[in-house]
Design a protein around this ligand. Structure first.
Ligand SMILES: [Zn+2]
Length: 274
């Protein structure tokens, strides 16, 4: 996975006054110039140029420049020449470094919006010296959630097993699902595959992971070898599944997704040695 010259600011702090680069969200959407992909916008540590954000926080340092995250209220009228993109569209258009920052920022914005009150006694929460919050009444403490989900490329040597869902059109992807309490990643892979497509696996191998900010997953990516069973789909989850050879692949997930990256890796390198 690519690494960037970005250092997240943790615990949270305020940057020194001066020039800054901004990611700006319009409610939950990403603000971008109409004629370019989403990118960092110029400004100072107080405000971005050209738009007036309602609230802001310091995400981290990119080289020597602070990266700030600002939010505009949903009713803020867009100036001419600007557009808003939902997060999924923005991640599909942005360069990898910007997409990574947008995903991180979006998760913290979601966290701030959904952690205002104690889940135990409904008292307003107080920030502690991390991104976490603590209830001043009952002491309940919470931190930004990260929910693990597994995703797996299933192969039989020559072919891969792809699935499609209602609303995906002609696009096919990989089996994925949330890790349940008390479950290992590998057990989750085997269970999800058995539930969704009815086949058994062997040689389940971890490959790579990817933050997936919808709203706060981390996708843990595997490859696994088909071990038996006929495809029987769970019709509550899927509308189709099948085996595909490398020269007859259907429409695939977008390039920024780990699903696509696992497929590209299999096309390039094949499966890991058993
Ligand atoms: Zn409480």
């Amino acid at each position: 996975m690519t690494t960037f010259a970005f250092h997240r600011r943790y615990p949270p702090a305020q940057p020194a006054a001066g020039p800054a680069q901004w990611l700006v969200f319009h409610a939950t959407d990403v603000l971008a110039r109409a004629d370019t992909p989403p990118t960092l916008l110029p400004g100072t540590t107080q405000q971005p140029r050209d738009v007036a954000v309602e609230s802001a926080f310091f995400l981290g340092m990119r080289e020597d420049t602070p990266v700030m995250v600002g939010t505009l209220p949903a009713e803020y009228p867009l100036p001419p020449g600007w557009r808003v993109l939902n997060l999924r569209a923005a991640l599909g258009l942005a360069e990898a470094e910007i997409a990574s920052l947008l995903g991180y920022a979006a998760q913290l914005i979601y966290w701030q919006r959904t952690s205002r009150f104690c889940a135990s006694c409904a008292t307003p929460m107080l920030a502690n010296d991390s991104w976490g919050k603590k209830c001043p009444n009952c002491g309940y403490a919470i931190y930004p959630p990260v929910s693990p989900a597994t995703i797996v490329l299933i192969h039989d040597g020559e072919r891969i097993l792809l699935t499609t869902k209602d609303g995906w059109g002609k696009r096919y992807g990989l089996v994925a699902g949330f890790v349940e309490p008390g479950e290992s990643f590998e057990a989750c892979v085997a269970r999800e595959v058995h539930e969704e497509v009815g086949v058994d696996l062997t040689d389940i191998r971890y490959i790579a992971s990817q933050p997936w900010p919808f709203p706060h997953q981390i996708m843990v990516g595997f490859m696994a070898c088909y071990a038996g069973g006929e495809i029987v789909i769970d019709t509550n989850e899927l509308v189709g599944a099948g085996w595909f050879t490398r020269d007859a692949l259907p429409e695939l997930p977008p390039p920024f997704s780990i699903a696509r990256q696992l497929i590209e890796r299999w096309l390039r390198d094949g499966a890991p040695e058993p």
